[in-house]
Design a protein around this ligand. Structure first.
Ligand SMILES: *[C@@H]1O[C@H](CO)[C@@H](O)[C@H](O)[C@H]1NC(C)=O
Ligand SMILES: [Zn+2]
Length: 314
């Protein structure tokens, strides 16, 4: 059980936004940062779902921790919505579609340096805004979406960690590549629109070492503490983190952390990647604000509520 005290100020989804040239990443205060809701004091539970008591880390949209079952109370505006993420993907019920995501050529160009940051909830990566944007389109996306950052969700044990599950199977880790719709200009502005974000999810299981992740996992030791960040040598192309089998599941959902905005077109790749036991352990070495090892940083499965899930194949 994770400890229950945390003060967290920056929304993680915006916390990695544009790394600004040679300066530090610009923390972009997106909508929701200043959202305050009534704090439910008194604790205890009613109706099967426990409400947060005083002194817990789930206080409002800016102060939250895992597990996320309290978020509908502490950050209700979006987190109690009806098209929330993640979901369990039922492969039998997925509708077949033809199409694939087109990655810009820049997605296959190596990025010399990344800035990795421990924000207390995950570790994320951003890079110089002077580089050519990495974008995606196609595969049912009618607009062009630009990659703003990527980050991970992982387990305390190898048999869990991913946010999405497929037919009930949970993977050891899930990568999220967060893209905003270029017609909205930037990530925080895009959070206001239902077609604002396109997030790619890639599953990882423990097995062979992942060479593309190696430059990151070997340097996680420099960002063990919350709020630590470090510029690292990367020299890898982000396209190489995506499975070569380009089949993916598509559905409409939300951010998986407060403020849970229902603005995400999800593309969850069917085929998983691998990374090594040493690599997953390097993620678990990271510390959160409760001075505990950061792991099991995934939200529970949300109701589908009749949403359609498609399986896109080339
Ligand atoms: C994002 O876009 C909005 C709307 O154009 C603008 O007001 C805001 O300043 C932009 N934020 C950043 C960080 O560029
Ligand atoms: Zn995520």
């Amino acid at each position: 059980m994770k400890a229950l005290r945390s003060i967290y100020i920056t929304l993680f989804i915006t916390g990695f936004y544009v790394h600004n040239g040679m300066g530090g990443p610009v923390a972009d205060p997106g909508p929701g940062v200043n959202v305050n809701v009534d704090i439910n004091v008194g604790g205890g539970s009613s109706g099967g779902v426990s409400k947060p008591g005083p002194g817990t880390c789930n206080v409002d949209c800016g102060h939250w921790c895992y597990p996320g079952k309290d978020w509908p109370y502490t950050c209700p505006h979006h987190c109690s919505g009806s098209i929330q993420s993640p979901i369990d993907i039922c492969s039998e019920s997925a509708t077949d579609e033809t199409g694939s995501i087109t990655f810009s050529p820049s997605y296959s160009v190596s990025i010399p340096k990344l800035v990795i940051k421990n924000n207390g909830h995950t570790v994320g990566a951003s890079w110089s805004s002077s580089l050519e944007p990495r974008t995606i389109t196609g595969g049912g996306l009618t607009d062009v979406y630009e990659l703003a950052q990527f980050h991970f969700h992982w387990g305390c044990k190898d048999n869990r960690g991913s946010e999405h599950t497929v037919d009930g199977t949970r993977y050891a880790m899930e990568l999220h590549n967060v893209h905003f719709n270029t017609k909205y200009g930037n990530l925080s502005n895009a959070l206001k629109y239902v077609d604002g974000l396109a997030v790619i999810g890639v599953f990882f299981n423990v097995g062979d070492e992942n060479a593309v992740l190696k430059p990151i996992t070997k340097d996680l030791q420099y960002v063990v503490k919350p709020d630590a960040e470090k510029e690292i040598d990367f020299n890898q192309a982000l396209a190489d983190l995506i499975p070569t089998n380009r089949d993916f599941y598509r559905y409409q959902g939300s951010l998986t952390t407060p403020t849970c905005n229902e603005v995400v077109t999800w593309s969850v790749f069917k085929t998983h990647q691998s990374f090594s036991e040493d690599q997953v352990k390097s993620f678990r070495m990271l510390m959160d604000k409760e001075k505990e090892h950061m792991c099991d940083n995934y939200r529970g499965i949300q109701p589908l509520n009749g949403r359609e899930v498609k399986l896109y194949s080339p």
